[in-house]
Write a protein that binds this ligand. Sequence first.
Ligand code: F0G
Length: 455
Amino acid sequence: MERFRTIIEPFRIHSVEPIRMTTREERGRHLEEAGSNLFRLHADHVAIDLLTDSGTGAMSAEQWAGVQRGDESYAGSPSFYRFEAAVKELFPFRHVIPTHQGRAAERILFSQLGGEGKTVPNNSHFDTTRANVEFTGAAAVDLLIADGLDPSSEHPFKGNMDLDRLEQVLETDDVPVVFVTVTNNSGGGQPVSLENLRGVRALCDRFGVPLFLDACRFAENAWFVKQREPGQGERAIPDIVREMASYADGMTMSAKKDPLGNIGGWLALDDDALAERCRTMLILTEGFPTYGGLAGRDLEAIAQGLREVVDEDYLRYRIKSTAYLGDALHAAGVPVVRPIGGHAVFLDARALLPHVPPLEYPGQALAVALYREGAIRSCEIGTVMFGRRADGTEEPAPMDLVRLAIPRRTYTQSHVDYVIEVVAWVAEHAGELGGMRIVDEPPQLRHFTASFAPL
Ligand code: F0G
């Protein structure tokens, strides 16, 4: 097979879900009913759902076999021990605390480490992570390198932390923990290098501050390290993952991403006293520490998913198929964040709709058009998601992007070819798209529920 160029999906399809087709007129009605908020659409009315790669992947036959084996004992389930062993195989932290998803791990950790007057630095906080930091009264600051905010920069590790700015923040602010998100979701699914992690670690050591990973897409990050970082090409993926973990004191995790689960997450850490406090919080809202809001069968699916996601045939296909979409759009002249990231292709709506100012939400306008024209659901990652500050004021986000997130092992190449055709068509007609205004919005996390209207 090595002789041939085509990368095939490294799986066969075992059970299928129908896609219902809709007309443009029906989609117009669905948009009206949803207040032009794609989160509020019925998923049945979507043909290709690229809203998120979170919990939307297809599980393998072995994962479903694990579901059957799930042991639902309240305490000490063997499924928990298999889950814990699979996590520790890659992330050998002393304590592994299951949670129902990533944000629960964040809420528990920040309830212990956050608070008024504190600052949590990250390369980029994702929406729920930022919200969980800010909910405690702490400030969430993003310290991405400048290249990471330039959609056309070809820097190989655009997820890297700006070490100079991190040093400044550590000098001036009360920092309880430093976070690094791998890969950097908000900034294009871009990887963080081992070298950069070592640099962050050294600063954390100097200032006596713990380092945590938001490791949702750790395997994709490790694949990029293997491909792009000098001297890493011959290493096994689990080995690279363990080195990433070795620089951290703990992690928060969503098992809905690289662990190939439909639900789940965990908090892992070395600090015994902090772990005890976190477990107490876990019992308050999530459950006993050997299930943490999950069924035993979920723990089994995650344990098996962790073994599958570090497989090189899988990762090669995963990263190549995302690049296939992104490179085709780039070749068609559609502005996309370069180089193409791991889990998604990010369209640069600000560049594509230069006539729509950021406070008229070019990303939302583009996302709505992709649904109206092609029944494709995407996600605005821009001023709608990040424009409202904690103090109530509004300002443009650093970028206005539309994310086409690729669910794992779910869509075939012909689905992706269709997406290419739709996006290219909408891009050709982008000059006809107008901006949007927000009709109503909640005080926090507005992108999930706000209503929009065309201007
Ligand atoms: N951290 C990152 C980097 C994420 O991308 C997400 C979720 C979370 C934390 C929270 O995890 O959903 O299990 O509570 N991101 C999803 C997305 C929702 O669409 O990118 P969760």
